[in-house]
Design a protein around this ligand. Structure first.
Ligand SMILES: Nc1ncnc2c1ncn2[C@@H]1O[C@H](COP(=O)(O)OP(=O)(O)OP(=O)(O)O)[C@@H](O)[C@H]1O
Length: 648
């Protein structure tokens, strides 16, 4: 493990894109799909600015949908607060005029009192409006966040399964998750920007009234700072855009080092130093990039601040000259100092908010673009309502091909087979021969690249998707350990139905799970997540029983069981296969297993090899044919009997 991060990445700070290819983990190299993003990031400030109005409207629309009343309160209070700033400035001017007027001091102070009262009132109203905005914003924030996140999850739970095989999808999802937080920040930024712009307009008017030349000076004093802030924001976002893979990698490493699932293997294999080394390497690259960014940002903002500072000094010199020249009276000059300071504050606020809106707008844009692009990942929608499938009579696979992204050889290659209702068929073959992929296509989880899967003669995609899903149940090889109670874990097999304890227990019994669940500290109500109070974990075989029970809960027309018994003890395995045999002639079952003794009773066995269907028939047919199946069967049987080639 390399610990020479700073040597290998020594030249990163010099240039953002100069990460030496050979020294970087493959997953951290710039990918071809990043080119589009980089083009967008390099589009320049103006290009990105052009997108802002659309994004702001979209964010406000989301806020409006989430909570109309609070959105309206925030908008009105913000604008009113800006208007109050104008009012306050006018009152200040009035106070100064009265104080600088000729006459005895008590009279001048007395004359200034009404204006002072107005000034105090405007400050009080502004304060009240600020509290109102804060109060409304506090209520708005969780509602908007919830809506933004929900929309994201609505999409991530609906996209096709193959989307998760694409790294660009995962990266854009990572940025979209960050973008959910950006909605409310964008709205806050826009509101603050509005307030800033209103007060800026107010002081601009005041300054122009005093002397138009001051406006030019004021602009000169603030524009360099504003531009520098925006430039820096743009730089930050460019770097952010290119770091998706790196951030995801870090997140993976965080989880590997801090989560329960990997804790045992980490210790048993002594992976601590290895993982810490990986972390140092990725984090080292990230730190170098961050430092380079910090240097660029600091240079940009420093130059902006210096130029702005010099120009500010110029404004005061100009004011002094105008005063000395007698072109403006003393009261006006004093107001002007107040106005210039107010203008600078307002401009600083506006600049800061523009930068903020700009940065959050770009994050929000990632969210919006992800939602838009995700439409391409959704299953094709039918315009006309699709018919609901009747009970399965025949399931046919015609010349089906499936190819995973970036894999040249098809995982399933030109497979044709027909299954009649009530049959129990077995898919067997060596690891990687395509069994699970074929099963996933039959279940409608993956679409064939070419060829067709027909349910009662009609392609799967032409049936009502939800109704078809109700007729198919899949027990996956890589089942998920859902962190819910045992009851819920099984009830999830028929999530649309009201939970029925008797049904759940019957399904558990079919999978040899009933007794085992009763022995848990809280029986069926035991939470199967050790990371919560009173939560429990199960052994691998116990989890597999729960998973199989979930498959049995709904007496589905078609049950696909992918390696349902790999972790089961012989007794549990026997119970499970008896349950599967109980479906024979009544319901259709597709069984994938390497334990060939369990497929002897199947109506037909399909043998796959390198994605192709190479043999089919009953156990006896295939043994007699002395082909691949007979060879695999003999090898396994020899393990039990100590001799080769023994059929039961
Ligand atoms: N998500 C994926 N992305 C890329 N390739 C995949 C993916 N899933 C499977 N493959 C590849 O597709 C081929 C078929 O895999 P599949 O899981 O269908 O085989 P299998 O016969 O079920 O194997 P096993 O007996 O090990 O479960 C293999 O070469 C595998 O490496």
């Amino acid at each position: 493990m390399s610990t020479t991060t700073h040597e290998t990445h020594g030249d990163i700070p010099a240039q953002r894109d100069a990460v030496p290819q050979a020294a970087v983990l493959p997953e951290l190299r710039p990918m071809w799909w990043e080119q589009g993003m980089r083009a967008r990031a390099d589009a320049g400030l103006l290009g990105v600015f052009a997108e802002m109005p659309r994004l702001v409207v979209e964010a406000l629309r989301m806020s409006w949908r989430a909570d109309r009343l609070r959105t309206a309160i925030v908008a009105v209070a913000t604008l009113a607060s800006g208007a109050m700033a104008t009012f306050g400035l006018l009152a200040t001017q009035r106070v100064l005029v009265e104080l600088f007027a000729a006459g005895p001091t008590p009279d001048r102070v007395a004359a200034a009192v009404p204006a002072l009262a107005w000034l105090a009132a405007s400050i009080a109203v502004r304060g009240a409006l600020g509290i109102t905005t804060g109060y409304a914003m506090n209520g708005l924030t969780p509602r908007v966040n919830q809506q933004a996140e929900r929309r994201l999850f609505e999409v991530t739970t609906a996209v096709r399964l193959d989307s998760f095989d694409q790294d660009d999808f995962a990266d854009s999802m990572e940025r979209a998750s960050r973008g959910t937080d950006a909605v409310i920040d964008l709205i806050k930024g826009v509101m603050n920007l509005l307030a800033g712009v209103v007060s800026l307009l107010a002081v601009t008017v005041a300054v122009v009234v005093i002397h138009p030349l001051l406006l030019v000076a004021l602009l000169l004093a603030t524009t360099p700072n504003a531009y520098a802030a925006l430039r820096a924001g743009h730089e930050r976002f460019q770097t952010y855009l290119q770091g998706s893979a790196r951030r995801r990698r870090l997140w993976v490493l965080h989880r590997l080092m801090a989560e329960r699932v990997s804790a045992s293997e980490l210790r048993s294999y002594g992976l601590r130093d290895f993982l810490l080394g990986q972390y140092d390497r990725v984090m080292g690259a990230q730190t170098d990039i961050d430092l380079a960014l910090a240097r660029r940002v600091t240079t940009t903002t420093s130059i902006g601040a210096i130029v702005s500072g010099l120009a500010s000094a110029g404004v005061y010199v100009l004011l002094g000259l105008l005063l000395l020249d007698g072109r403006i009276p003393l009261a006006a000059a004093a107001t002007c100092v107040v106005a210039v300071q107010a203008a600078q504050r307002a401009l600083t606020q506006v600049t800061f908010q523009v930068d903020h809106v700009f940065a959050e707008g770009q994050h929000f844009n990632e969210y919006v673009m992800f939602l838009e692009r995700a439409a391409e990942h959704l299953p094709t929608r039918r315009v006309t309502p699709a018919p609901r499938p009747e009970s399965l009579r025949e399931l046919a696979v015609h010349a089906a091909v499936h190819r995973y992204p970036d894999r040249e050889a098809p995982a399933v290659d030109d497979v044709t087979l027909t299954i009649q209702a009530g049959e129990t068929i077995a898919l067997v073959g060596e690891n990687g021969s395509g069994k699970s992929t074929l099963a996933a296509m039959i279940a409608g989880l993956r679409e064939p690249a070419s060829g067709r899967i027909l349910w009662n003669g009609r392609p799967l995609a032409e049936w009502d998707r939800a109704a078809l899903g109700d007729r198919i149940c899949v027990v996956l090889q890589e089942h998920h350990r859902w962190p819910f109670t045992a009851t819920t874990n099984i009830a999830m097999g028929d999530i649309g139905a009201a939970p029925d304890r008797a049904r759940i227990e019957a399904a558990a019994a079919m999978a040899a799970a009933h007794g085992m669940i009763l022995e848990l500290p809280h029986g069926y109500e035991t939470l199967l997540d050790r990371t919560f109070k009173d939560g429990q974990d199960l052994s691998g075989g116990q989890w597999q029983r729960i998973t199989a029970a979930r498959g049995f809960l709904r007496d589905a027309d078609l049950l696909i069981m992918d390696e349902p018994s790999s972790a089961l003890d012989p007794r549990a395995e026997d119970t499970l296969f008896q349950a599967i045999r109980g479906r024979q002639g009544r319901r259709t079952t597709i069984l994938i297993t390497h334990r060939l003794a369990n497929v002897v009773h199947a109506d037909r066995i399909f043998v796959m090899h390198d994605g192709r269907l190479v043999e089919q028939g009953t156990h006896d047919d295939l043994i007699a044919a002395e082909g691949r199946y007979a060879e695999l069967f003999s090898l396994q049987a020899a393990g039990y009997t100590g001799s080769a080639g023994v059929a039961p």
